[in-house]
Design a protein around this ligand. Structure first.
Ligand code: SF4
Ligand code: MSK
Length: 626
C-alpha cells in the first residue's frame, strides 16, 4: 500500500479522503502499483528499447560501453523515432476508431436501421454537409445523413483527393504541409502506413519517420477526431452553455448511482435516456432508493456534461476512487482510459463494471453488448442491474466526500460565436486591443507520476493571470472545475483585461470545450481566427499544454497541435530523450518546418512563462502590444 503522506498524491480533498479509505479498506490503487513498478525501466523511458522483431528485443546503452545498435543495426535515433511513431499511430487509431463508430451510427440512422438514435441537430447536419461539398437543397434529412456518412467513410480510406475538413485549414498552413509532404491523405491509410514504416527494414530515417508521425497526427486532428466531434453534435445535439456540478460529492447516498466512463456518447446517451425512464425510477424506489443518479468520468462524462449538463464525478485518477466511496452500483464503460484495475476495485464492494463494446472486454466484468439496434433495451438492462446492486449495497461502507462544486460548460465553437454576437470579430478585437493577450488550450489527462491536478489547475491559474483565455477539454476539465475555475466568478482571478471581457460577457476565463476528440474544436477555432486575420495558425498568439498527460492519444493531440502551428508544452517528457536527433527536432527543429515546437516543463509557473514568451513574440510579430 502507498505509504506517502496523502498530500503528496493529490491537491483534491475528495481524492485524499478516498485514498485514505482505500488504504483502510485494503484496496490497491494506481499509486500503489506505480510504487511497486519503481524504478521503472530507464531504457524504455528514453525510448531506447525495441521489440519490433524476434531478432530482438534490443536496447541501446545511452551512456556506457554497451550496445549502440540493435541486432538489425538500428541506432538510437531510428529506434526512438519508430517507437514514437507507433505511439502516435495508436493514439490516432483510438480517436479515429471512435469517430468511425459515429459514422456507422449516422449511416444506420440514414438507412432506417435504428430507431434508438436520430439526428438531433438537423441544421448542423445540413451545414456540415454543405461545407464538405454535398448537395443538400431539397433533400430530406435521411438522404443528407446518408451522403455525409458515405463521404466520411471515404476519409478513412484513400479514394478521395482530399480529406473532408481540410477546407478548414488556412491556405498558408496547407502550403506548409504540402511543402514538407505532410498533408494527411486518409485516416486508416496514414495509421497503417506508420505500422508498415516501423516494421524492421522499412523507414530507417528518424526525420522521415517523424514527418510521417506528424502527417498521421493531422489525419486524426483534422480527420478522425473532427468527424467524431461534428457527428456527435449532429446525433446528440450541439453543446450550448449550461451549469452543472463536479467532484465525488455528485454521488448521492440515497440514490442508485451509475457512472459512465470511457469516451463515446453512443452508449452513455442511451444510459441517460434509461435513467430518466419513469418505470425504472419507480423500480429504483421500490428497491428502497430515492431515485437514480447518473454521473460521468473522463471523456464520456465530458460528452454528457457538454451536451446534457450531467455532473462529473471525476477525472482519470478519480476512477478507482469513485468506486471506493462504496456508493457506486455500476460503472458502465465503452473504451479508452478505463483501468483494468476497476474490475478488482469493484470486486471489493458491491459494484459491477459493465462493458458494452465488442472492442473492449474486461475479464471479470459483466458484458452487455450494445449495438445500434438494441442500445435502448441494453441500457434498460444495465439500469436494472444497478437497481439490483443497490439492494446489495452496505450503507455502513459508504463515504461520499465533500460538496459538489458548480461549473459552467457547453462552449462549442457555435456557442462561443453566439456568445460573441455571431462572429469571431469581438474576440479578435479583444486580442488586438490586448485585453485578451492570447489563448491557451490546457488539455489532457492525469498521471500518477505527478501530484493529481496540481500542474493542470496551477498552469490554468498562471495563464488567466496573464490575460490568456484558457480552453479546456478532457480530464483537465475536472481539474479546473473542482478549483472553481470554470465559473464566471473565476474572472476575479484573471488579469484585468481578461477579467473585464469575461464580466462583460458573463463567461468564465476558462472555457470547457469538451472531450479529448473535441480538441478538434480548438484547432478549428484557431483556423477560423487565422483566416479572419489572413495569417497562418503559427502566427497567432496561441499555445497548448498537456501538463499531466499519460496516454498515446495525448501524444497524438500534442503532435497535431504542433503540426498545425501551435506551440505545445508537455508536463512530462515523451519517451524520445534517448535520441538527440529526435529530441532536437521536437524542441527546436520543428520550428523551421511547421512553425511551432514542443517544450517540456513540469513546473506550472515556468510553463506559463514559456507560453507567455511565445504569446509576446507572436503579438509583436503581428504589430500588437506584447
Ligand atoms: Fe532489435 Fe531491430 Fe528487431 Fe528492433 S527491429 S527488436 S532493434 S533487431
Ligand atoms: S479521458 S486521454 S485520461 S484526458 Fe479522454 Fe482523460 Fe486523457 Fe483519457
Amino acid at each position: 500500500m502507498a505509504k506517502k503522506d496523502l498530500t503528496a498524491y493529490s491537491i483534491c480533498s475528495d481524492a485524499r479522503a478516498m485514498i485514505k479509505k482505500a488504504r483502510e479498506d485494503g484496496v490497491e490503487t494506481v499509486w500503489d502499483r506505480l510504487e511497486e513498478q519503481e524504478p521503472q525501466c530507464g531504457f524504455c523511458e528514453l525510448g531506447l528499447s525495441c521489440r519490433n522483431c524476434i531478432m530482438g528485443p534490443c536496447r541501446i546503452d545511452p551512456f556506457g560501453n554497451g550496445p549502440k545498435r540493435g541486432v538489425c543495426g538500428a541506432d538510437a535515433d531510428v529506434i526512438v523515432a519508430r517507437n514514437f511513431g507507433r505511439m502516435v499511430a495508436a493514439g490516432a487509431a483510438a480517436h479515429s476508431d471512435h469517430g468511425r463508430d459515429l459514422v456507422e451510427t449516422l449511416h444506420a440512422v440514414a438507412q432506417g436501421q435504428t430507431t434508438d438514435y436520430g439526428v438531433r441537430d438537423e441544421a448542423k447536419l445540413r451545414r456540415i454537409a454543405a461545407e464538405v461539398g454535398l448537395e443538400v437543397e431539397g433533400k430530406d434529412v435521411k438522404a443528407v445523413a446518408a451522403a455525409l456518412a458515405d463521404q466520411f467513410y471515404e476519409d478513412y480510406g484513400f479514394k478521395r483527393g482530399s480529406m473532408s475538413f481540410l477546407g478548414r485549414v488556412p491556405a498558408k498552413r496547407q502550403e506548409v504541409w504540402k511543402k514538407f509532404g505532410i498533408t494527411p491523405r486518409g485516416i486508416d491509410r496514414d495509421v497503417v502506413e506508420m505500422m508498415h514504416r516501423t516494421h524492421m527494414g522499412v523507414d530507417n530515417d528518424a526525420v522521415s519517420l517523424c514527418l510521417h508521425a506528424a502527417r498521421l497526427s493531422l489525419a486524426d486532428g483534422w480527420g478522425g477526431s473532427m468527424i467524431a466531434t461534428e457527428l456527435s453534435d449532429i446525433l446528440f445535439g450541439t453543446p450550448a452553455p449550461a451549469t452543472a456540478k463536479v467532484n465525488l460529492g455528485v454521488l448521492k447516498a440515497d440514490h442508485v448511482n451509475i457512472l459512465v466512463h470511457g469516451h463515446s456518447p453512443i452508449v452513455s446517451e442511451m444510459i441517460l435516456a434509461a435513467v430518466r425512464d419513469p418505470g425504472l425510477i419507480a423500480k429504483a424506489k421500490a428497491a428502497g432508493a430515492a431515485g437514480i443518479n447518473l454521473a460521468g468520468l473522463c471523456c464520456t462524462g465530458n460528452e454528457l456534461l457538454m451536451r446534457q449538463g450531467i455532473p462529473m464525478a471525476g477525472n482519470h485518477l478519480m476512477t478507482e476512487l469513485a468506486i471506493v466511496t462504496g456508493a457506486v452500483e455500476v460503472v458502465v464503460v465503452d473504451y479508452q482510459c478505463i483501468m483494468p484495475s476497476l474490475v478488482t476495485v469493484a470486486g471489493c464492494y458491491h459494484s459491477r463494471i459493465v462493458t458494452t463494446s465488442p472492442k473492449a472486454h474486461f475479464t471479470g466484468a459483466t458484458h452487455v453488448e450494445f449495438d445500434m439496434h438494441n442500445a435502448r433495451q441494453k441500457a434498460i438492462e444495465v439500469v436494472e442491474l444497478a437497481i439490483e446492486r443497490f439492494t446489495a449495497r452496505d450503507q455502513g461502507r459508504v463515504d461520499i466526500p465533500g460538496e459538489p462544486v458548480d461549473i459552467m460548460t457547453g462552449f462549442s465553437n457555435e456557442a462561443i460565436l453566439t456568445a460573441l454576437g455571431g462572429s469571431a470579430g469581438p474576440l479578435l478585437d479583444a486580442i488586438k486591443a490586448g485585453q485578451i493577450r492570447g489563448a491557451v488550450a490546457v488539455v489532457g489527462c492525469n498521471n500518477p507520476k505527478v501530484k493529481h491536478d496540481y500542474q493542470n489547475s496551477n498552469l490554468i491559474r498562471e495563464c488567466i493571470k496573464r490575460d490568456l483565455l484558457v480552453l479546456v477539454t478532457g480530464c483537465v476539465t475536472v481539474s479546473a472545475g473542482k478549483q472553481g475555475l470554470l465559473m464566471p466568478s473565476a474572472a476575479d482571478l484573471a488579469g484585468p483585461g481578461l477579467s473585464a471581457v469575461c464580466k462583460a460577457l458573463g463567461i468564465p476565463p476558462v472555457l470547457h470545450m469538451g472531450s479529448c476528440v473535441d480538441n478538434s474544436r480548438i484547432i478549428q477555432l484557431c483556423g477560423m481566427l487565422a483566416n479572419a486575420l489572413g495569417v497562418d495558425i503559427s502566427d497567432l498568439p496561441v499555445a497548448a499544454a498537456a501538463p499531466e498527460w499519460y496516454s498515446e492519444k495525448a501524444a497524438t493531440i500534442g503532435l497535431y497541435a504542433v503540426a498545425s502551428g501551435v506551440f505545445t508544452v508537455l508536463g512530462l517528457a515523451p519517451p524520445i530523450l534517448g535520441s538527440k536527433a529526435v529530441t532536437d527536432l521536437a524542441v527546436s527543429g520543428l520550428e523551421g518546418v511547421v512553425g511551432a515546437t514542443f517544450a517540456v516543463e513540469g513546473d506550472p509557473v515556468k510553463a506559463a512563462e514559456l507560453i507567455d514568451a511565445r504569446v509576446r513574440a507572436k503579438r509583436k510579430a503581428l504589430g500588437l502590444t506584447p
